[in-house]
Every structure is written in structure tokens, then in C-alpha cells.
Design a protein around this ligand. Sequence first.
Ligand SMILES: Cc1cc2nc3c(=O)[nH]c(=O)nc-3n(C[C@H](O)[C@H](O)[C@H](O)COP(=O)(O)O)c2cc1C
Length: 338
Amino acid sequence: MNLTTSYLGLTLKNPLVPSASPLTKHLSTARELEDNGAAAVIMWSLFEEAVTAETEAMARFLDNQDTGFAEVGSGFLPQHQDFTGALDQYLDHLRKLKETLEIPVIASLNGVTSSGWIRHARSIEQAGADALELNVYYVAADIRHSGAEVEERYLNLLRELRSQIQIPINLKLSPAFSSLGHIVAAAAAAGANGVALFNRFYQPDIDIHGLRLQSTLRPSTSAETLLAMRWLAILYGRIEGLSLGATGGVHTAEDAIKLLLAGADVVHLCSVLLQHGPAQMALILNGIQEWMTEQGFESVDDFRGRVSALTVPNPADFERANYVSILDSYSSAPGVRV
Ligand SMILES: Cc1cc2nc3c(=O)[nH]c(=O)nc-3n(C[C@H](O)[C@H](O)[C@H](O)COP(=O)(O)O)c2cc1C
């Protein structure tokens, strides 16, 4: 059975990739992921804020050394060269993952400033990453900015990065665009080698007793795959050379199979691995293989995109066509008259 898939120009042994999370922070867990079938790993994101905060803290520390602590004597103070910032730690870990694993290692970056994105992306490339995922976690909350301006910011960033680094770039995208297909096509033209649909935006909740905001990280459910499934099906085969990754809500082999049928090149997993551990990866992979045997498919290419807008008899079903019939199919609870 041939499970190989091409993703961001890399040949992967199968389509399952653990998405960005703390799971790669321990080399032993990363190794377990590989042993259980992970075809590549995506590191947790390097956050530009963390690098900047540390640099500022270091600058304050050095200033104080000259003034506030002058009387204490130099032996009391740590040596500057022992200071390993967030960036150095990230790059060190990336190098160690590369030494430990045989599968590709994809780094992830969450920048704030244009210069920060570029500087850190260059360092990540030099440290040996096989590809770079851009975690653009941006909520367009400023009502003065139009959708077109926000899109242009994404595209400028991609153009700039493309001119500075050679490794493949994957854009982890929000679903909040008014013309999603258009921005994906524009991202490809600006230099993205792939997109991951979709970044999961955490919604702040309100504590009605404390009258304040509360943030809770809730694990995803399989229902969250449906939004990406629709867009994968619509985009499959439409943008030449662009890899499609599905991220969010994959908990079972069935979830993964559906996303591949819609057109995904790879399926990312996070919550399921955090909840059940790396061995769950092997179970999902086995489930895909069992289903392929049952269906008589010999390779992933045999069925990828088989239920996409290019192949189903009525592609409009992915758009609005069945909206009314879905509403009509609703049956109310016993005793509720509608
Ligand atoms: C604890 C935790 C940490 C995460 N850290 C990152 C991160 O550093 N960068 C990133 O792009 N996504 C991060 N994510 C998001 C995941 O990569 C993934 O996109 C999201 O959880 C949806 O996938 P899932 O339904 O399989 O969990 C994190 C998710 C969790 C639960």
C-alpha cells in the first residue's frame, strides 16, 4: 500500500502530520510521534513577542548592572554569555530535532513586525528547518482597516519572506476572509507553497459571576473538520503547485479520510495527540489503511479529492444549493410545534 504524499515539495511517507503544539518540546515525545507514524513534525511557534520581551528584559538587566547593583561587585551577577534567549533556545531545539528525527521538521513562526518575521525566518532557515509555517494569528479588530488592506498585509509579508528565504512556506490561515479562494490563490502567487486550513482562533468567554473575561482552552471536536472540508473540496485542483493541509478537529481515522477525500494533501493532528498521546497516531494510520483495503485503494493518490467540487456530480452542494433542503430536513423535538 502506498501512503506517500507530496507536501510543500517534500515527499512524506504518509499524510499524517502533528500540527504545531508543545508535543515537540521533548525530544522523546517527538521520537514517539515518529515511531508511531508521524510523517513530519511541526514545532510549536516561536513568538516574536517572547523574543522581544527577553531582549528588553536583558537590556534592563544590563542597565541596572551599571547603576543599581554597582556596590554588590561583579561576582554576584550572572555572566551575560550564559543568557540564552527564546530565539536561541528555539533554534537549538530545532537543530536537536533535526539530529534526532529522520522525518522533516517544520518550524513555526508567529511574528509581529515585518523585520521580526524576516529576521527570525532567516535564522530558522539557517538552523536547518525543512519548511516554515507562518502562524498569522491576527484578529482584524481595528475598524479603520478594510479587508483589502488586511489581505495586502498578508501578501506583502509573503512576498518579503519569499525574497529572503528558500525553504517552503506554509501559511496557516484564518477562515475569516470574505473571499477565501481569492486570498488563497493570491497567497500562492505571493510565494506560499501551501496553506493550512484553518488556524483555530480562541474565543474569549465571559464569566457572568465575576463580570470579567475568561479564557479556557477547549479541545476541538470532530465537528470542527467540516469548515475546512468544504474549503478543501472547493480549492482542490484549482491552484497549481499549492499544497493543501487540513488542520482542526481530526480525532479519528474517519475524520482524516474525509479530509483526504475532500482534497487535503496532509492532515494535521493536535488535540487528539495531546489527549491520548502519540500512540493514537498509529491507530489513526491503521484505520486509514484498513479503510483503503476495504475500498480497494492502493495509494492515497487513488482517493485524494474523490469527493471534491471537481468530482461530485453537483459541485454546488459545496456552496449554497442544499441550504434550503437542510433547513427543511429539521425535525423538532417531541411536543415542540413548528
Ligand atoms: C496546547 C496547544 C498549543 C498550541 N500551540 C500552537 C502553536 O504554538 N502554534 C500554532 O500555530 N498552533 C498551535 N496550536 C494550534 C494547533 O496546532 C491546531 O491548529 C489546533 O489545536 C487545531 O487542531 P486540533 O483540533 O487537532 O487540536 C496549539 C494548540 C494547543 C491545543
